[in-house]
Ligand binder design. Structure first.
Ligand code: FAD
Length: 394
């Protein structure tokens, strides 16, 4: 088919859908990708930058492959607003793009207003999230380097669903590994709003034991307020003063998706049709990746966003050709987590469309977790990252 698809967001979902729309249409469909950043910086592997095992350059890639190999028009611009009736997207640079189909993969934006004390930009410069890879990743690394031996690093985790279920526990392990090697009198405090470890519970519990005396895990610790000046976190029954306070605030679908008038669930995530990833409320607008309301047990992960992108690309090509989307999509996920600079654990799952429930459901018996942390999976984790970056960008 012909036609013009506009994609917002050049991350795991957006870059993948842009490439596959071109590939699977034999370059018949024109694709414009709108991304505010000049380069892609990967969240996967970014915890290794925070621990000093990798650099930001190791996780930064360009968009030349999409441009030159696949003929995607990549615009460095900010998408501001959608007119679904007129099928146009307004850009910060002043232009307007007309589309036949629009794909939004904007990731997440943070709900800073839900953490009193963290609303101002000054507070957000002192108390970092580093939950979008880039400047904050480097800044958090610097805070840890500057921390005295005997200091406290405290990490707060919001209630699920949030971006990357195992990510905070991986970060806690990697920071503990760094501190154990370089500043052994220091402490890692994990303040989890959830009642238990959200992902790979038994394996992370074991990993935390490896950091006995350094790492302390406190479930049921929802953050109520921060004081940026003194780097203090107030919880329900406790107040914690940290040398480095790392707050992952609650988050929701990225602004462009959350504010476009699409139907949201819990006022946070976009409600989509699982056969096409089209918004249930707004024809012609497809949403993929972290911004959607997840199916049961489906994680918000880069791997999953990559899989959404492929189902959405196939469905869009069918729709542009006047056909229905394929009836039975299957998607899968693997998330690797480093528990120290070499040893890794994984969780894998497979999810298939259920025509009765009209949602993608986990396939019983498929997937699983590592038996124990091991170095071989450390090599697999780095290969996984290289492969998925190549799949989306080259
Ligand atoms: P993103 O990849 O965030 O892409 C969104 C893009 O949209 C961004 O580039 C943004 O700049 C752009 N954008 C947003 N709004 C606009 C706009 N209005 N105009 C222009 N551009 C816009 N997942 C895994 O699978 N494996 C892992 O090991 C893993 N580790 C992680 C570790 C950490 C520390 C974190 C924070 C996350 C990790 N994840 C991992 C999760 C993964 O990063 C996300 O699930 C994934 O990035 C989601 O893809 P996405 O396309 O929805 O959003």
């Amino acid at each position: 088919p012909g036609g013009h698809v506009v994609v917002v967001g050049g991350g795991f979902g957006g870059a993948t859908v842009a490439k596959y729309l071109r590939m699977w249409s034999d370059r018949g469909v024109a694709v414009t990708l709108v991304e505010r950043n000049p380069r892609f910086i990967s969240c996967p592997i970014s915890n290794l930058v925070i621990s000093g095992d990798k650099t930001l350059a190791d996780i930064t890639l360009g968009y030349d492959g999409l441009r030159n190999t696949w003929g995607v028009t990549v615009l460095q611009d900010e998408a501001l607003a959608i007119d679904p009736a007129g099928r146009t997207l307004r850009l910060a640079s002043g232009g307007t793009l007309r589309y036949d189909r629009l794909v939004l993969s904007p990731g997440v934006d943070f709900q800073f207003d839900q953490v009193p004390g963290l609303e101002s930009e000054a507070a957000q410069r002192a108390i970092l999230h580093a939950w979008k890879a880039g400047a904050q990743t480097v800044a958090l690394r610097k805070q840890l380097e500057d921390m005295r031996d005997g200091g406290v690093y405290a990490l707060t985790i919001p209630k699920a669903p949030y971006r990357c279920p195992p990510g905070p526990y991986e970060r806690a392990c990697l920071v503990a590994d760094y501190l154990k090697k370089t500043k052994p009198k220091s402490k890692v405090l994990v303040l989890d709003a959830n009642d238990e470890i959200v992902s790979k519970k038994a394996l992370f519990t074991k990993a935390f034991e490896q950091y006995k005396g350094i790492l302390e895990y406190r479930p049921g610790s929802e953050l109520r307020e921060v004081d940026a000046g003194s780097r203090t976190a107030r919880l329900d029954f406790d107040t914690v003063r940290a040398d480095v306070l790392n707050v992952v605030p609650p988050h929701r679908a990225g602004d462009i998706a959350a504010r476009a008038g699409l139907k949201l669930i819990n006022d946070r995530w976009v409600d989509i049709d699982w056969l096409s990833f089209e918004s249930v409320s707004t024809p012609g607008v497809h949403v993929i990746g972290d911004a959607i309301f997840p199916a049961p047990t489906m994680p918000k992960s880069g791997h999953m966003a990559n899989q959404h992108a492929k189902v959405a690309a196939a469905a869009i090509l069918n729709l542009l050709a006047g056909q229905a989307p394929a009836p039975n999509p299957v998607v899968m996920n693997t998330c690797y987590s480093f528990v120290d600079s070499k040893n890794v654990i994984h969780v894998a799952s497979v999810h298939q469309y259920d025509a009765e429930k009209k949602v993608v459901m986990p396939v019983p018996g498929a997937g699983g977790v590592s038996a124990a942390a091991n170095e071989l999976e450390g090599a697999y984790a780095l290969s996984w990252a290289k492969n998925i970056w190549a799949d989306m960008l080259t």
